[in-house]
Write a protein that binds this ligand. Sequence first.
Ligand code: 4AD
Ligand code: MG
Length: 465
Amino acid sequence: MESISRTKIVDLLKREDFGAKVNVKGWVRTRRGSKQVSFIALNDGSTINNVQIVVDNEHYDEELLKVITTGSCVSINGTLVQSHGKGQAVEIHANGVEVYGSADATTYPLQKKGHSLEFLREIAHLRPRTNTFGAILRVRHHMAFAIHKFFNEKGFFYLHTPIVTASDCEGAGSMFQVTTLDVNNPARTEEGAIDYTQDFFGKSANLTVSGQLEGELGAMALGAIYTFGPTFRAENSNTPRHLAEFWMIEPEVAFNELKENMDLAEEFIKYLIQYALDNCIDDLNFLSEMYDKELIERLKFVIEYDFVRLPYTEGVKILEESGEKFEFPVYWGADLQSEHERYLVEKHFKKPVILTDYPKEIKAFYMKQNEDGKTVRAMDVLFPKIGEIIGGSQREEDFDKLSKRIEEMEIPMKDMWWYLDTRRFGSAPHSGFGLGFERLLLFVTGMSNIRDVIPFPRTPKNCEF
Ligand code: 4AD
Ligand code: MG
């Protein structure tokens, strides 16, 4: 076959130089036709849209044509032709066909259309070949890019915080341990405890649950930083909103107080949604049509209106007076469940809500304590369909108050000396938050299970590949 340089389908579909000789390569979505002519719908992942290839059967070997079935991979030379077919501007009239890889029609798992998302989760190695996951993965890419673009435009520096760490940021104790000790026969101290001085790092180490603590070190030197990396939580929560491995974006800004922190969070999330509407509309329209008819409207709605900002205490009052039957009880001091969060957002305010000033007992040690002695300057951003999408706070910058809180919560002080040094030397007010990347993607794509917005989900009892 003549060598012609390849055009991606996304670019080809925009071309108008009819008559040009072109080459496309990709995976066959469908092939239909008659004895004389075949119509191949070809997709190469560059766009949700396929290009139609018209093949004059009589010019090709029957054996060759036989293996061009759904899922096979082909290279096509041909002429670019204006199409009269519905929904497509161009097509290719083939004059050269090469098959790279066949896909046996009797065993290829994606032979038929319309598989359930549950089934596709079981063949996560092949699901990127479906329209749905192609769309989701392209949106995921564009959102990651937009995150870096947003912070770069605002003069934030991307800080790479460690994945293996000796500290527990959220103090929740749900960490994955990292060790080179022999788990069947670990080194032991004279008292019989595991001797971590013999471990790789000379102490016990874990996968990080958050880059925040190290992020604060960066903010106290560079002024404004963000992290964007994988985080790991060994919580046994088998819900459509939890992963054991997820990605988090954590900006941290010196001199910002809670108000500026909320402003940043709102501006950030609106920027990302606008970016998706501007750059991913073909994929979003497809997802909307397939899974969530109100998706585009919901995205536009979030951009248009100011988020409600409300203290936790008032939020709880609204919930108590709502007359709504909740599965989990609601009272001052309760950690809000997603049913409570969604009631406030979807039923009461019908807008995203930023809830602030939570009871200190249900929040992490690092949050700035309010004058009332009961609450901390926390902020959770609550979204329709999702519940909590962002968690953050102003940080306690006072050395004495922070040390006292660390003691009260029985966090080993000796492990925190480096963190406390930021309060010992040149302390400053500062704030930050964490956006769960997959929660953002749930919102932007309209999908309802978090396992469907990450290429290789890790959840309890699930670690394929
Ligand atoms: O509220 P979280 O636990 O806050 C922190 O980790 C802070 N250190 C962030 C900061 O202030 N820098 O987590 C932040 C966000 C949540 O709002 C949620 O969107 C997401 O991370 N998240 C999860 N996403 C998927 N699976 C899980 N298991 C998640 N846990 C938290
Ligand atoms: Mg949280």
